[in-house]
Design a protein around this ligand. Structure first.
Ligand SMILES: [Mn+2]
Length: 233
C-alpha cells in the first residue's frame, strides 16, 4: 500500500502528520533563514537480546559526537560518516561481541538508519540525490544515494581479503543492508579500483558520507518542494 503526503494532508488537514514518520509533523514552510528551520535531530534506542544501541544524530551538524560500538574498525568507519558527512553523531553499542561482531555491526546499521529516517522528517526541501567519488590512495569508490522511500542496496566491492585486521569483510554489506532497510534509501556502492581491503572499505564509507550529506542537505531553490513528481518519498 502506498500513501501520498498530499492525500494524507487533505484527509486530515487540521493535523497533517507524515505517515512515514509520525514523530515529526509536516512543516508547512521551510524558512529561508537556516536558523529558523526545524532542527533535524533524532534519538533512537534499540534493545534486543543481542545488542543495546543508542544513536543520536543531527543532520545539520558539524561532525561532532562520540562513537563507541565495541568494534574498533566499525568505530573507525562511523567516524568517516561523522566527519565527512558533517553529521553530529553519538553512537553507543553494547553487543555480544564475545560471539562475533556480526550482531553489533548489523544492528548499528539498523539503528543508524532508523535515526536518519526520523531526523529527515517530512523530507521537504532536501536534495534527495547525492553522489561522490572518494579515493584512498590506490582505491576509488563511487557512492550514489537516493532518499527514495524504497530500501535498496546495490554494491560491487571486489574485496581482496576476507578480513581487515579482525574485521570480517562480510559485515560491510550487513551494515549497509541494515542501514538502507531502515533509512528507506537506495544506495549504490561501487569500488572501481582497489588493492588494499582497508582502503576499499574506507573509501566506500567516505564516498557514502559525502553522498549522504549531499542528499540530506536542503536545496535552497526548492525549500518547500518534495523532490518527487509523485509528491511522496
Ligand atoms: Mn583507515
Amino acid at each position: 500500500m502506498s500513501m501520498s503526503l498530499n492525500s494524507v494532508d487533505s484527509a486530515n488537514a487540521s493535523n497533517p502528520v507524515n505517515p512515514v514518520n509520525p514523530v515529526n509533523p509536516v512543516n508547512p514552510v521551510n524558512p529561508v533563514n537556516p536558523a529558523e528551520r526545524p532542527q533535524r535531530k533524532a534519538s533512537v534506542v534499540r534493545n534486543t537480546a543481542e545488542t543495546n544501541i543508542s544513536v543520536r544524530v543531527n543532520l545539520d551538524g558539524t561532525g561532532q559526537g562520540s562513537i563507541d560500538t565495541g568494534v574498533p574498525f566499525l568505530n573507525h568507519m562511523l567516524e568517516q560518516i561523522k566527519r565527512h558527512g558533517l553529521f553530529d553523531l553519538d553512537i553507543t553499542c553494547k553487543g555480544d561481541v564475545d560471539i562475533d561482531d556480526h550482531h553489533s555491526v548489523e544492528d548499528t546499521g539498523i539503528t543508524l538508519g532508523q535515526a536518519f529516517a526520523k531526523a529527515l522528517g517530512d523530507k521537504k526541501g532536501i536534495r534527495r540525490y547525492g553522489h561522490f567519488y572518494a579515493p584512498l590512495d590506490e582505491s576509488l569508490t563511487r557512492a550514489v544515494v537516493d532518499i527514495s522511500g524504497r530500501p535498496s542496496l546495490h554494491m560491487n566491492i571486489p574485496f581482496t581479503r576476507a578480513h581487515v585486521g579482525k574485521f570480517d569483510v562480510d559485515l560491510f554489506s550487513e551494515f549497509f543492508m541494515g542501514f538502507v532497510n531502515h533509512a528507506w534509501m537506495t544506495v549504490h556502492l561501487d569500488n572501481l579500483k582497489g588493492v588494499n581491503s582497508h582502503h576499499q572499505i574506507e573509501s566506500a564509507f567516505k564516498a557514502f558520507a559525502r553522498a549522504l550529506r549531499m542528499a540530506c542537505e536542503y536545496d535552497e531553490r526548492a525549500l518547500n518542494t518534495l523532490p518527487s513528481t509523485k509528491e511522496a518519498l
